[in-house]
Design a protein around this ligand. Structure first.
Ligand code: AMP
Ligand code: ZN
Length: 113
């Protein structure tokens, strides 16, 4: 499958893996928008949040739990950070493999759209 994040999961595209377990991996965003910008993704190819099945919904809680841990490790937990999931074209999703952005390390804009 021609999916850049599946290739990172498979080790075909090298990335600095910041966290991994049997379900999820995390790595730095290649084009960071903030001093801390990481992506938390499922190993499984789920194309978007909209395509997450009800049976898979606990995955999002696990991804948030891991993002919280990574934020603590980066020392931004107290100052604040943002978790973002873009879904679909109008949601601004560019890579069609479910992912959560962890952004922080600077004052983020209060604008969301
Ligand atoms: P989104 O716009 O929510 O789909 O975000 C996709 C993110 O993936 C963007 O922030 C890209 O910079 C990032 N990205 C694309 N290719 C890679 C890659 N090979 N390694 C790390 N991050 C990537
Ligand atoms: Zn994929």
């Amino acid at each position: 499958m021609d999916c850049v994040f599946c290739k990172i999961v498979a080790g075909e595209i090298p990335s600095r893996i910041l966290y991994q377990d049997e379900e999820v991996i995390a790595f730095p965003d290649i084009d960071p928008l903030a001093p801390v910008h990481m992506l938390i993704i499922p190993r499984k190819h789920i194309p978007s949040l909209a395509e997450l099945t009800e049976a898979e919904s606990s995955l999002i809680g696990n991804m948030a739990k891991i993002a919280n841990r990574l934020a603590k490790n980066e020392g931004i937990s107290d100052k604040g950070y943002r978790l973002v999931i873009n879904s679909g074209k109008q949601g601004g999703q560019g890579v069609a493999h479910l992912h959560m952005h962890l952004l922080g390390g600077r004052q983020l804009s209060s604008a969301l759209g």
